[in-house]
Ligand binder design. Sequence first.
Ligand SMILES: Cc1cc2nc3c(=O)[nH]c(=O)nc-3n(C[C@H](O)[C@H](O)[C@H](O)COP(=O)(O)OP(=O)(O)OC[C@H]3O[C@@H](n4cnc5c(N)ncnc54)[C@H](O)[C@@H]3O)c2cc1C
Ligand code: FES
Length: 489
Amino acid sequence: MSTHSHWMQNLPTHNPLNKDLIADAVVVGAGIAGLSTAYQLVKAGLSVVVLERDQIGSGETPRSSAQVTASLDFLYQELVTIHGREATRLIYQSHTAAIAEMERMVQTEQLDCDFRRVSGHLVPAPGDDATVQKEASVHRGLGFDTRLSTPPAWVKGFAESLEYPQQGQVDPLQYLLGLAKAIEKHGGLIYGSSPVLSYTGDHVVTEQGHTVHANHVVITTNAVVSEHGKYSFRLTPYRTYMVSLKLTEQIEPVLFYDTSDPYFYVRPDGDMLLVGGADHRTGEPADPKERWQTIESWARAHFPVGERLEQWSGQVFNSADGIAFLGKTGDIYVITGDTGNGLTHATIGSMIIRDQVLGQENPWIEVYRPDRFPRGNYRAWIKDAGRSIGHVFDWFKKSAEVQNLQPGQGCIVRQGLSKCAVHRDEKGELHAVGAMCTHLGCEVSWNGAEHTWDCPCHGSRFASDGTVLTGPARAPLAKLEHPEKLELK
Ligand SMILES: Cc1cc2nc3c(=O)[nH]c(=O)nc-3n(C[C@H](O)[C@H](O)[C@H](O)COP(=O)(O)OP(=O)(O)OC[C@H]3O[C@@H](n4cnc5c(N)ncnc54)[C@H](O)[C@@H]3O)c2cc1C
Ligand code: FES
C-alpha cells in the first residue's frame, strides 16, 4: 500500500547555498512557518535568507488537511481552565486574525492557492452533545463569533453543531509556492538542499560549511533541531492519518471536526472529501491499514462518499497546554509545537516575530512565550514526559527474527550489546541501520505506513537508509553493512 499526500507534486527546486552571506535575518526551514516569517520580514524591508534542508514542501505542510481555523485541537472550555479567560480570548483572537492575515496575503500577492472562506462545524462524538452545548456556552461567555447551528442536510448523524463562520481552507503546497515567489519578488533569497547544522543568535552554518551572519536567527524546522532537550520535553509527537474519498454528491465546502479523542477532521476539495484522525503517539505500535479503515468507516457513516483515492499520514507536535511556542527565546526566534493547528499557529508566529524584530508591540507575545512551562495541565505533561522516559527501557525488549520479516516490514534485532533496525524492501533486500536514535538514544520503531524509522521519545524520524527526516535529531542513524548476515543467525 503506497501513501501519497493529496497535495504533493513535482516542484521547482532551489539551488544550495554556495557562499557565505550577510543578511538582516536568516530563516531556517521553508514550511509554512519559515516562509510566512520570511514574507513578513521582507515586507518590513529587511534583507532575508531562507535555508531549507531539502526543498520547499518537503516537511509536514503539504501533508496537512489545510483547514485554516480558530477551532483548535483543545476545546476552548479546556483552554479557559488552563490559561484563564483573558488569555483564551487572545488565543481565539490570534487564530481569527491569522485567518484574515492569510487571506490578506493571498489577495495582496495574488497567490493562486484556492484559499476560500468556509464555515466550520464542531459536531458531537456519539452521546457527547453536552460537550458541544458546554463549548457553545463558554464561547458565548467569551464573546466569540460562533453559534449553535444545524449541519447541512447532506451530513448524517449530527442533530446540532457549533458553527464557526468565516474560517478558511487552502491548497497548502500552492500557498507555499506562492509565498516563495512573493519573498523572492520582494528581494528575499531562498536556498534548497542546505541543511543547517548549527546556529547561534548571530549566524547559522550549513552542512556544506557556509555561514549566514544575521542580526536575527529564526528556527522554523517544525521540531526545533539541535535544541538540547529544551522543547522535546515539552512536546509530544503524534502520527495522524488521512484518506481522500470520492464525493458522490455535490456539496458546498464546509469544515468539520468532532469531539472524540482522537478527533476526526474533514474538509472537501472539489469532488473529494479529505478526512483525517486516528492519531497515536509516534513510534508506538499501530496498524496503518486499520487507522485508515477507521477513518473511512467514520466518514461513510456521515458523508456522501464513494471509493477511497489516497491515503497518507503525517506528524504533529502537541504541547500540554494546547498552544504553540512562538517568538523570541534567548537570542533566537522559534515557531514550534503546532498542536494540530500549524497553519494558523505559523501565521501567528510570523506576526509575533515580525513585531519583535521591529520592536513593535504585539498582544500575543506573552501567551505564546516559547520559554514558558506548559501552563496548568501539569498532570498531562508529566504523563507524556513519563511515557517518553519509559521508552528508554525499550532497549531491553526481545529481539525479533529477521527470517520472519516480509517485504515492506521492519524490526529491531539484537546483535551482541547493540541493536539494529532492519527493514526488508519490496524487492526482498535487507537494509540495516543502528536502532539508537541519535537525539537522546531511545530505540526507534518501524513506521509501516511511511516506511521510516520513528522515535517514540521526541518524534525524530529517519528514512529507511538512516537519513534524518524530522528533528530534533540532527545526525543520521549509522548505516550497517551486510544486513543479509543477520538472516543467517
Ligand atoms: C495529516 C495532517 C493534517 C493536518 N491538518 C492541519 C489543518 O487542517 N490545519 C492546520 O492548521 N494544521 C494542520 N496540520 C499541522 C500543520 O500541517 C503543520 O503543523 C505545519 O504544516 C507545520 O509547518 P512548519 O513550517 O512548522 O513545518 P514543516 O512544513 O515541516 O517545515 C519545516 C521545514 O524545515 C526543514 N528543515 C528541517 N530541518 C532543517 C535543517 N536542519 N536545516 C534547514 N531546514 C530544515 C524541513 O525540511 C521542512 O521543509 C496537519 C498536519 C498533518 C500531519
Ligand atoms: S527524538 Fe529524542 S531520543 Fe529520539
